[in-house]
Design a protein around this ligand. Sequence first.
Ligand SMILES: Cc1cc2nc3c(=O)[nH]c(=O)nc-3n(C[C@H](O)[C@H](O)[C@H](O)COP(=O)(O)O)c2cc1C
Length: 328
Amino acid sequence: MANLKTTYMGFELKNPIIVGSSGLTNSVENVIEVEKNGAGAVVLKSLFEEQILQETSKAISADIHGNSYPEALDYISNYSKESAVGNYLNLIRDCKKAVKIPVIASINCVSSSEWIGFAARIQEAGADGLELNIFILPSDPRQSGEANEQTYIDIIQNIQKVVTIPIAVKLSYYFSGLAKTALTLSWTGISAMVLFNRFFSPDIDINTFEIKPSHIFSTPKELSVSLRWVAMLSSRLHCDVAASTGIHDGEAVIKQLLAGAKAVQVSSVLYKNGFGEIKQMLSTIEKWMDKHQFKSIADFNGKMSIKETDNPAAYERVQFMKYFSGIE
Ligand SMILES: Cc1cc2nc3c(=O)[nH]c(=O)nc-3n(C[C@H](O)[C@H](O)[C@H](O)COP(=O)(O)O)c2cc1C
C-alpha cells in the first residue's frame, strides 16, 4: 500500500494535499470537513493587512477613551471579540481545538509597516505556521523591480523578528526576474514558497460599462504555468515548494510532485465539486503509485524537475516550433 506522507514547512503531512486559503477555509465547520475528507493540512482564509491596520487604529482610539471611562475596557474586549481580527484569532483557536492536521494562518500583505507586530498574536493563538500572501502589483511606473522585491524581503524579515513558527510565502509570477527573486526570497530562512497565487482579474461588461470580476475559479488548463516554474525552481530553492493553481484532480497532483513540489494547494476544484474531491484525488495518487510500484512520495518526488529530467530544455522552451508542438 502506497505511503502518501510528505514533509512541508517542517510538518509531517499524512499526504501532500493542502486546502488552500479561500472562503472555504473561513470557518471551523469547514476546516473539520477538510480534515474528515483527508487533507494533509489547511491554510485559513487570509486576514488582510487593511483589516489589521483599521482595527489597530480603532483600538488605539478606544484606549484613549479608556483613560476617562473605565467601562471602555469592556468595550475594547467586546469590540475585539466582534472585530475581524478578533474573529480571526478565535478561528485559529477553534480550529486548533477541532482538528489534528496543521493549521496554517494567512495574512495578505502589501507593506512592511506597523501591522507586522500582529503576527505574534497569530502565533499566540496557536497557528502552526504562517503563510504570507504577498502581492504588490508592479503597476507604478516610478517603482523599480528591485524596490518592489525589497518590500517582499522587508516583510519577511520583519515578520521573522516577531514569530518563530514556520513561514511560507505565496507569490504571484509578476516579477521581472522571477527565478532570481524566488531564490533570493528562499535565502531569507522561510520554510516554503507557494507557486502561485491566483488573483482577482478584471473584465469589462460592454453593455453596462462596468468592471466586473472574470473567471473567479481556475480551470485545469492553468496548471502549466505553476508546473513549469515548480519544475524549474524546486531543486534550486532553499525551501519547500507547494504548487497552487489549476490542480483539479489527482493526476495534476502527481505532475506537481514529479516536478518537485512537496505539497499542493487546492481551492477552485473544491468550490466546484465539494470537499469529497480530496478523497478522489488521494485515491488516484495511490492507484498510480501502486501501478508504478512507488512505495513513498520520496520515490518519485522531483523525478521530472529540471535537475532530474533528461529533457530540461522542454521547460525553457517558450516558442511554438513545429518540432516541439507538432503544429506549424
Ligand atoms: C473565492 C476565492 C478566494 C480566495 N481567497 C484567498 C485568500 O484569502 N488568500 C489567499 O492567499 N488566496 C486566496 N485564494 C487563492 C487560492 O488559495 C488559490 O491560490 C488559487 O485559487 C489557485 O488555486 P486553485 O486553482 O486550486 O483555485 C482564493 C481563491 C478563490 C477562488
